[in-house]
Design a protein around this ligand. Sequence first.
Ligand SMILES: [Zn+2]
Length: 46
Amino acid sequence: MQEIRCKVCSKLLGRVPKATAFEIEMKCPRCKSVRIYNKEALEAQG
Ligand SMILES: [Zn+2]
């Protein structure tokens, strides 16, 4: 699993499977910053 952490205060916001691509807007409950987090699916290596 890969962790999604707040880019401002590093609070853990959620977890997603490593191979999952996502683009999600999340509001941090601690520092109230709203950021869009996205990741492309990882390609298998080797
Ligand atoms: Zn935060």
